[in-house]
Design a protein around this ligand. Structure first.
Ligand code: FES
Length: 242
């Protein structure tokens, strides 16, 4: 067994932006930092779901090498850098790519102020999309009595896929296609949400970090401007670790 593997299986301490962080055996860097009250930007990671490692927003430098904090195991003596100009720039670029790849019209979105993509972009200092917008032609599925599925806002984080499979035991969602054609799909005879097993109380219906899966008949109950990320930067909220 390598020394690094032995380190990851024992409790210990690593350095995170000059702060000492304790970790438990088996922790990833994200888990240990989050438990200690720290914040690493993330979109596809959620406490309680298997790590996916796809959005790369959580990229940190571990002993000088880039890695996803949600998948790299913590080990004793690591030097983890997160809040550096290089990584802030990288994250801004990733966010800009996510914004132009979908159709994100924040001022008219019911998720505004509760949206992790929007809040993370605000905190990263993203002021424009930088790249040319794709304006893809994506579907809105309003077939379910209690839920709306708007693929224009989907960032393919697969939180709903994992939540439905691993927490709800239903496998309602999957991802299909390649490259720019990659899409979230619904496992039902018609491909419509209304034909699937999902219920509004399912984890899968509640984990979407953006406005792709929304409850119906609850629009704008809390006015924009008074929502959780309107009041505090995402890194300062409890939801920052969600
Ligand atoms: Fe780590 Fe998405 S949060 S890759």
């Amino acid at each position: 067994m390598s020394n690094q593997r032995i380190d990851a299986l024992s409790p210990g301490t690593f350095t995170f932006d000059d702060q000492d962080i304790e970790f438990a055996p088996g922790d990833t860097i994200m888990q240990a930092v989050t438990r200690a009250g720290g914040y690493i930007p993330h979109l596809c990671w959620r406490d309680g779901l298997h790590a996916h490692g796809s959005c790369r927003l959580c990229t940190v430098k571990v002993n000088g090498r880039m890695g996803a904090a949600c998948t790299v195991q913590a080990s004793a003596g690591q030097n983890v850098e997160s809040n550096t100009e290089e990584l802030r720039t990288l994250r801004r670029t990733l966010l800009q790519m996510l914004f132009v790849e979908g159709n994100h019209f924040c001022p008219s979105c019911e998720k505004s102020g509760n949206c992790r993509l929007q809040a993370t972009a605000y905190e990263a200092g993203m002021t424009d999309p930088h790249f040319e917008e794709f304006y893809p032609n994506r579907k809105v599925d309003a077939s379910h009595p209690d839920l709306l599925l708007d693929l224009n806002r989907c960032i393919l984080c697969e939180q709903c896929v994992r939540a439905s499979r691993d927490l709800d035991g239903k496998n309602v969602f999957a991802v299909s296609g390649h490259g720019v054609q990659t899409r979230l799909v619904v496992n039902s005879p018609s491909g419509l949400l209304g034909d699937s097993q999902i219920a509004a109380t399912d984890h899968a219906a509640q984990v979407c970090p953006v406005g792709a899966i929304l409850p119906k008949r609850r629009g704008f109950v809390i006015p924009i401007g008074q929502r959780r990320f309107d009041l505090e930067p995402i890194s300062q909220t409890q939801e920052g670790a969600a």
